[in-house]
Design a protein around this ligand. Structure first.
Ligand code: XUL
Length: 517
């Protein structure tokens, strides 16, 4: 068996697969907010940060790892796991002093990960992908490199507030002593991978490309980007490597505590989106993946590293080799939850009834669906902007609001993915909201492309399990075929009669957005 772990914004998930039988053996999640209320992070991050700061406590992630493995070991004999791989929410960074290495090399199973790792933190909390506080650091890095085109050409993205390089620079400027005491900077992915391996392990190319530090074409840390970010940064990072690199055997802490075999291998971890590309069977060009999570993401494998001239889209490493493009929308499920709560609906009414009941109003009303700051397009929205019929604008018909929010999210996605110039031959839809038939049909109609769903709740953790199996000699395309077949859900065809309706709505959405920015 092979184990995939995904440490995401709101939860950590395990997916255990048996490749010989083409089967998912077990899936299990631990929700941070529900299980660890003491961190005051109901949605996985500390709310109310000033100046766009969004942090999470990395100790919460470790407590959740211990709890997840404890529960998993009660369900399954973990001695049968041959290898573990994983993924993490992208861009989040963890800052550790020199004692980190000795601590993880000698973890005592009689104590928690929390108590043993906590003293090594040099920055109490970790900035995560929702953080927009680094505008001036982005400007400084851009100026040092001679302009946004140069940063984008080298790293695959312009300098982006949530990316780890600008976040590292902010820490260095705000707390130079804390930065100087930092011997190792990890991403969420490489942090968890290091704990499992009992030694610091490298950042992989997939997640490393989300830092504004990796030279994409040379696949090394870029000397000029490092210098523009913070002094002596290279000594705090290990050279980046491919996700399928085996690191060695699992730390004895996990063998003694949860019954893993001492022979169990651990590989590098990658970002949740690159792992999801693997799990959705989309590592070769042709499929587009839309993932509806805390953030909504739109991504696809790319033949070459094409960059977004507007600077919203990104190029990351594809764990199967080559590149992937990615666009991230901050107002994903958090916006859907905000509208659901403000209308006092439950999910069933929100998802099913509201959409079905308003089918005849397709494309009629427009909503800029931003309940808080957005990153695509980058703007400090303070609430949604509405344009349409009086019943819609007054809010007297909740169903119209739900339809317009969802249509607005997918029109915004269609608009901001035009630069990729990929024909949406097939969209693979994943993430919590994808289970809803009305939403999946809406995606098919707005993009005018067939939508396929895989019956797996966490495609990143599945992707990680496939990476673990590949690292141990299994053939990735063959595995992907087997698991995509095993998890295939229903496929939906677009309603071609709505092609013009949504083309017009797209044009109107674009004009309304232009007036708001
Ligand atoms: C991608 C991004 C988010 C996080 C959290 O650039 O910021 O999708 O990976 O899932």
């Amino acid at each position: 068996m092979f184990l995939g772990l995904d440490s995401s914004t709101q939860s950590i998930t395990a997916v255990l697969i048996d490749p010989a039988r083409g089967e998912i053996v077990t899936q299990l999640s631990v929700n941070f907010g529900a299980e660890f209320p003491q961190y005051l992070s109901p949605s996985g991050f500390i709310p109310g940060g000033s100046n766009g700061e969004v942090h999470a406590n990395p100790m919460m992630w470790l407590e959740a790892l211990d709890l997840l493995l404890c529960r998993l070991s009660a369900l399954t004999d973990l001695s049968k796991v041959k290898a573990i791989a994983g993924s993490g929410q992208q861009h989040g960074s963890v800052y550790l002093d020199a004692s980190f290495e000795t601590r993880i090399a000698a973890l005592d199973p009689d104590h928690s990960l929390l108590s043993q790792i906590f003293p090594a933190l040099t920055r109490a909390t970790s900035p995560i992908w929702m953080d927009t506080s680094t505008g001036s650091e982005c400007a400084e890095i851009t100026a040092a490199l001679g302009g946004p085109e140069e940063v984008c050409h080298r790293s695959g993205s312009t300098a982006i507030e949530r990316f780890s390089g600008p976040q590292i620079r902010r820490f260095y400027k705000e707390d130079p002593d804390g930065y100087a005491r930092t011997a190792r900077v990890h991403l969420v992915s490489s942090f968890i991978a290091s704990i499992l391996a009992g030694k610091s392990v490298p950042i992989d190319f997939g997640d490393g490309a989300g830092m504004n530090l990796l030279n994409l074409s040379r696949q090394i840390w870029d000397t000029d980007l490092l210098a523009a970010t913070a002094p002596d940064l290279v000594s705090k990072l290990l050279p980046p490597a491919v996700a399928t690199t085996v690191q060695g055997t699992i730390s004895s802490y996990f063998v003694e505590k949860y019954g893993f075999s001492a022979e169990c291998q651990t590989t590098l971890f990658t970002g949740d989106n690159p792992a999801s590309l693997v799990g959705m069977g989309a590592t070769t060009p042709g499929n587009i993946v839309i993932s509806l999570g805390t953030s909504d993401t739109f991504f696809a494998a790319m033949a070459g590293p094409k960059t977004d001239p507007k600077g919203y889209g990104h190029v990351f490493g594809n764990p199967a080799g080559g590149y992937m493009s990615l666009i991230c929308f901050r107002n994903g499920s958090l916006a859907r939850e905000a509208l659901r709560d403000s209308l006092g609906l439950d999910w069933a009414a929100f998802d099913r009834d509201a959409l079905a009941a308003t089918q005849i109003h397709a494309g009629e009303n427009l909503m800029l669906p931003f309940y808080g700051p957005e990153i695509t397009p980058r703007h400090d929205f303070t609430g949604p902007i509405l344009k349409g019929s009086p019943e819609f604008e007054s809010g007297s018909e909740p169903g119209l609001q739900v339809r317009a929010l969802l249509e607005g999210q997918f029109l915004n996605m269609r608009l901001h993915s035009e630069w990729m110039e990929v024909k949406s031959e097939r969209i693979r839809l994943t993430g919590g909201a994808s289970k809803n038939d009305g939403i999946a049909q809406l995606v098919a109609n707005i993009f005018q492309a067939p939508v396929e769903r895989l019956d797996v709740s966490n495609s990143a953790a599945l992707g990680a399990a496939l990476i673990a199996a590949t690292a141990c000699g299994h053939d990735l395309p063959a595995l992907q075929e087997v698991f995509c077949k095993a998890t295939a859900g229903s496929a939906l065809q677009p309603d071609v009669k709505l092609a013009t309706t949504y083309q017009n709505a797209l044009n109107e959405f674009k004009s309304l957005l232009a007036t708001a920015l």
